[in-house]
Write a protein that binds this ligand. Structure first.
Ligand SMILES: Cc1cc2nc3c(=O)[nH]c(=O)nc-3n(C[C@H](O)[C@H](O)[C@H](O)COP(=O)(O)O)c2cc1C
Length: 190
């Protein structure tokens, strides 16, 4: 297996960047996600699949409320990647300085995005130790806010300041090592 060849093919995918938001009782939060895939071809029953890390605060809120929203960022909204993707909302309110409203699912809807989808969890697929959880959800609401180019993963190297890029690479590497360790542990237990 040549991981570089595989990465080159995967690099052709766009990986649009979303802020995944959720709320439960008086708490709300959001995190960056790019593992988002439409999961139906039937227009009348729109569904989506989202990969969420086991340890994020947003995932806890989704588990409690069974609802979430996906806010599709515009290319000009790249500063929100560090805001929502580099730290956890457990110790801070990520919405304290940002304009938003609560959508039909109660999840925060950010202003100035390309558009949003509101979702009700149908089932959670557990891909095993070390892997993300995959939320298959019915899309119950959705709206284009401002029709323009979405922000994609491959835009980040040209948009993020060098030090933020370095932080992002460090966080992703830490995440990858942690997942790899868990994968290896579960392989040895089998
Ligand atoms: C570019 C980028 C893409 C990311 N994609 C995902 C993703 O698809 N799924 C995920 O669970 N976390 C992803 N993350 C990491 C979370 O956004 C990050 O762990 C966040 O701090 C969690 O916040 P929370 O604990 O407040 O929920 C991504 C981060 C970045 C910077």
């Amino acid at each position: 297996m040549n991981v570089n060849n595989i990465a080159a093919v995967l690099g052709k995918l766009d990986y649009e960047i979303f802020v995944l938001t959720a709320a439960h009782e008086d708490r709300h939060n959001g995190q960056i996600v790019c593992w988002v895939v439409p999961a139906t071809i039937v227009l009348q029953t729109p569904r989506i699949l989202v990969g969420v890390g086991r340890t994020t605060f947003t995932r806890e809120l989704i588990d409690m409320s069974q609802r979430f929203a996906l806010n599709l960022l515009g290319k000009d909204q790249w500063p929100l990647v560090t805001h929502f993707g580099f730290r956890s909302g457990r110790a801070m309110d990520k919405f304290a300085t940002l304009p938003f409203e609560h959508g039909a699912t109660g999840s925060p809807i950010l202003q100035g995005t390309v558009g949003y989808l509101e979702c009700q969890v149908r089932t959670v697929l557990d891909a095993g130790t070390g892997a993300h959880l995959f939320y298959l959800a019915d899309i119950v609401e959705g709206k284009i806010v401002a029709d323009r180019n979405p922000l994609c993963l491959h835009h980040l190297p040209e948009l993020l300041p060098q030090e933020d890029l370095a932080t992002m690479r460090r966080l992703l590497e830490q995440d990858a090592q942690c997942h790899l360790a868990l994968f290896n542990e579960s392989r040895h237990q089998r």
